[in-house]
Design a protein around this ligand. Structure first.
Ligand code: PHE
Ligand code: FE
Length: 299
């Protein structure tokens, strides 16, 4: 949860599919770098080293390469200004420090303008394995390295513009777009020469899910299909029941280039698909056994 030492903030509560969640309307802040404690830097170092070791051979090659190119290391929590020098030069992106979740439209507008909001505070030592909301480790370690890749950088900016548009169309369009973000940016897998690899930030920042998504027989692993993903519900409180696999970042760009407006209209009359269902038309890499799946409703 939010660090009690956090700067004063204006908090609103917004009803979402998780119930009421706090939304920090505080705009952009300076990363209070000199305020990080020894413990904060140690949490970063521990998580960084642990994931680095685990992700060798599991994360997308491009992720590992870009992370090294940015100059992120375990030594201490990076200074956003330093990372921004690499990022601006590579793709014109920059990261900005925020207190936490932003109102949806603000978030989309930042992305459309190549600003990636990063939560400045880091989890506590007792939260190494799980916390319910994004912190510095998730945002910075998980999301930022791929913003150094030109294709992925363009994809996230296009998503931001698409978000502004979907927001104007209505809540159903927004739900369709959110599912796309969830199953790509947060929980996506990619097929590379060595086999399936991880590029989704929600997996990359989680020890348990980094193993589960590739090694467990429980979840489905299915080929990327835009309209199918936009209909698929998901889990917010457990590992995913299904992961979608792209062939390349170029495939993701191509598939999402068309205007989604007609697709939203079509999907408005289609049923949603439960998170664990496999359909006849799916390109199945692995059909999940479903072992250990929660039986309550998916989001
Ligand atoms: N092409 C989408 C639209 O018209 C925008 C988008 C691009 C959304 C990339 C997601 C990812 O809405
Ligand atoms: Fe995230």
């Amino acid at each position: 949860l939010q660090d009690p030492a956090a700067a004063p903030q204006r908090v609103e509560h917004r009803m979402t599919d998780k119930g009421y969640v706090p939304v920090y309307t505080t705009a952009v802040v300076e990363q209070p770098w000199s305020g990080y404690s020894r413990t904060d830097h140690e949490v970063w170092a521990t998580l960084f080293a642990r994931q680095q070791r685990l992700l060798e051979g599991r994360a997308s090659e491009e992720f590992l390469r870009m992370q090294a190119a940015m100059g992120m290391t375990a030594r201490e929590i990076p200074k956003f200004d330093d990372l921004n020098r690499s990022l601006r030069g590579a793709t014109g992106w920059e990261i900005i420090a925020v207190e936490g979740l932003l109102p949806e439209l603000d978030f989309f507008e930042h992305l459309a303008n190549r600003r990636f909001p990063v939560t400045w505070w880091i989890r506590k030592p007792e939260q190494l394995d799980y916390l319910a909301e994004p912190d510095l480790f998730h945002d910075l370690f998980g999301h930022v390295p791929l913003l150094m890749n030109p294709l992925f950088a363009d994809y996230i900016a296009a998503y931001g513009r698409g978000g502004v548009k979907a927001h104007a169309i209505g809540p159903e369009a927004l739900a369709n777009l959110t599912r796309l973000y969830w199953y790509t940016v947060e929980f996506g897998l990619i097929r590379e020469a060595g086999g399936l690899r991880i590029y989704g930030a929600g997996i990359l920042s989680s020890k348990g899910e980094s193993i589960h998504c590739l090694d467990s027989a429980a979840p489905n692993r299915i080929g990327f299909d835009l309209a199918r993903i936009m209909r698929t519900r998901y889990r917010i409180d457990s590992y995913q029941k299904t992961y979608f696999v792209i062939d390349s970042y170029a495939q993701l760009m191509e598939a999402t280039r068309p205007d989604f407006t007609p697709l939203y209209a079509q999907l408005a009359v289609a049923d949603s698909i439960p998170a664990g269902t496999v359909l006849d038309g799916d390109a199945v890499f692995h059909r999940g056994t479903g072992e250990g799946w929660p039986t309550d409703a998916d989001v």
